[in-house]
Ligand binder design. Structure first.
Ligand code: SF4
Length: 185
């Protein structure tokens, strides 16, 4: 059984790729990000270990694939000093605040939904072509694009760092990993 589980781990990155591909089927699938964020903490509370980070994280699996090249480079000072971790925590906190605030305004009819991808909060791109056209409410449409944008932004950043430095350098600044460490303490 253990052997079987280990055998699947190198392929977990397919979940990440599937997540982004599903956005082209219908953007509503982007809300699966809620499970991606919640599952590590559920596992942590049950096992008192970072099971997700150690065994099941699809993003870590993707980064192992992306950052295969060697030799790996020394981590930048920003990461070695832990400052990047703090910056990412603030970035995710602000991102979540923005998502909650903008979604509330849309629900109150004070704002139109942003029905397009926006990288790193500030870089507007385009709406995704949709294989299935669902009649989503403005709130759900906005929320779906915001989650997709958040996941895409962090995956791009993590992949670029993996190529430049080493595969899982992102884990040194990942907010899920940081919060998991804090909870374990
Ligand atoms: S630190 Fe983040 S990216 Fe790394 S394994 Fe944990 S959840 Fe995945």
């Amino acid at each position: 059984m253990e052997k079987q589980k280990r055998g699947l781990l190198p392929y977990l990155f397919l979940f990440t790729l599937t997540y982004f591909a599903l956005g082209f089927v219908s953007i509503v699938f982007a809300n699966l990000a809620i499970f991606c964020v919640a599952t590590p903490f559920v596992l942590l509370s049950v096992s008192k270990k970072k099971l997700w980070c150690q065994h099941y994280c699809p993003r870590a699996s993707l980064l192992n694939q992306v950052g295969r090249k060697k030799p790996w480079s020394k981590s930048p000072l920003l990461i070695r000093t832990g400052r990047a971790r703090t910056i990412m925590l603030w970035y995710f906190g602000l991102n979540l605040l923005f998502i909650i605030g903008s979604t509330t305004r849309i629900a109150l009819g004070k704002m139109e939904p942003f029905a397009f991808i926006r990288l790193f909060i500030f870089i507007p791109l385009f709406p995704l072509p949709q294989l299935i056209h669902l009649n989503l409410s403005p709130v759900l449409l906005h929320l779906s694009y915001r989650f997709y944008s958040m996941m895409l932004s962090s995956t791009i950043l993590a992949a670029v760092l993996a190529r430049i430095y080493r595969p899982r350098i992102w884990c040194a600044m990942c907010p899920v990993g940081t919060l998991s460490n804090t909870l374990l303490k």
